[in-house]
Design a protein around this ligand. Structure first.
Ligand SMILES: O=C(O)CCC(=O)C(=O)O
Ligand SMILES: [Fe+2]
Length: 329
């Protein structure tokens, strides 16, 4: 399988030329690596510790708060099927979703297992940092796209405003655990030439952008239109140097497809943990293309309409995608 070195974007550099570099990465590849991001090594370690503590528990305990139709709680193996083309058998992974945040204090309005409850002050402080990074990236993209308001004046806060902290959103923090393949019973179903197995089916993400942390650093693959490509993270002494960012559906709709929401999946035989933060704009955000010359000239015709021909809201799009992914609940 081909490897792919993701473009690296320095979050500490807000110069106009770096905004343009970010836009190019987001429009060419849809996946990128952030360096000089805001998460400390100790924080990332702690997120994975909390995750392991939760998933190490017996199934009955994990299942005390099963996933709800509005995406909160524990996702047992095979409950979710991310594979978009309908050929999937369900994902052999388990996850816990924390969602419905009150963005003024980053506490969720959902019942939580004890392990997450105990660590909520820490988790909230991490979420606050994710939002700072989200806003920085939103602003850089808007500058590079040179978004204008109705009067033709620069509106470089357009994406930031859609993610304002006083709005209702479905941003979601997800802890995911993939089993090692030799502990999976269904070895027969694995192609004899293949040592790895798809553990999260091919899909695009539903929000505006996604931040991904993974341990170990392998298993993520993106589809380049013809073939699957394994994402390679550059060797570094510092395990936490890079944070993966994945441009998702909402930013793609807002830019008429100029920014790419790329099909991706997880395929590995190793035990793997990931901590994924799905950023969503306010539920009411309209998913129609922004006022930008670059977007107009691109003319991608790439956004969804409802049955009356109106652009979808972020919540309508999310609800549609969740219904599709959780056929089993
Ligand atoms: O586990 C990962 O690294 C990413 C999983 C994923 O793509 C998703 O849950 O949307
Ligand atoms: Fe994803």
């Amino acid at each position: 399988m081909t490897n792919f070195n993701l473009p690296i974007i320095d979050l500490a550099d807000s110069s106009k030329s770096n905004c343009a570099t970010l836009l190019e990465a987001a429009s060419q590849h849809g996946f990128l690596l952030l360096k000089n991001h805001l998460l400390e090594e100790t924080e990332i370690d702690k997120l994975f510790e909390i995750s392991k503590q939760f998933f190490d528990q017996p199934t009955e305990i994990k299942n005390e708060l099963p996933i709800t139709t509005n995406n909160a709680g524990y996702v047992a193996p095979f409950v979710e099927d991310l594979q978009e083309d309908g050929t999937g058998e369900g994902d052999d992974k388990e996850a816990f979703n924390i969602t419905h945040f009150n963005l003024s204090n980053f506490y969720p309005n959902q019942p939580l297992p004890l392990i997450f409850q105990k660590n909520m002050p820490f988790i909230s402080s991490t979420l606050r940092k994710y939002y700072v990074m989200l806003h920085m990236i939103c602003r850089m993209l808007a500058i590079a796209l040179d978004i204008r308001d109705n009067n033709g004046n620069p509106d470089h806060e357009y994406f930031v405003s859609a993610h304002a902290l006083d709005l209702k959103t479905h941003s979601t923090l997800r802890f995911v655990h993939y089993n090692a393949i030799d502990s999976i019973d269904s070895m027969d179903s694995i192609d004899s030439n293949e040592t790895d197995k798809v553990l999260a089916g091919a899909h695009t993400d539903y929000g505006s952008m996604t931040f991904i942390l993974q341990r170990p650093s392998l298993g993520l693959e993106v589809f380049d239109g013809e073939k699957w490509i394994e994402i390679k993270i550059p060797e570094s002494d510092n395990l936490n140097e890079y944070l993966i960012v994945n441009i998702s559906d909402v930013l793609s709709f807002w830019t008429d497809g100029y920014l790419k929401s790329i099909l991706h999946r997880v395929r590995t035989k190793n035990e793997r943990y990931s901590v994924v933060f799905f950023c969503h704009p306010s539920d009411e955000s309209i998913l129609s293309p922004v006022n930008s010359k670059i977007v107009k000239n691109y003319n991608g015709n790439c956004y969804s309409l409802d049955k009356n021909g109106n652009p979808l809201t972020a919540l309508e799009h999310l609800t549609m995608r969740l219904d599709d992914g959780y056929k089993r609940i």
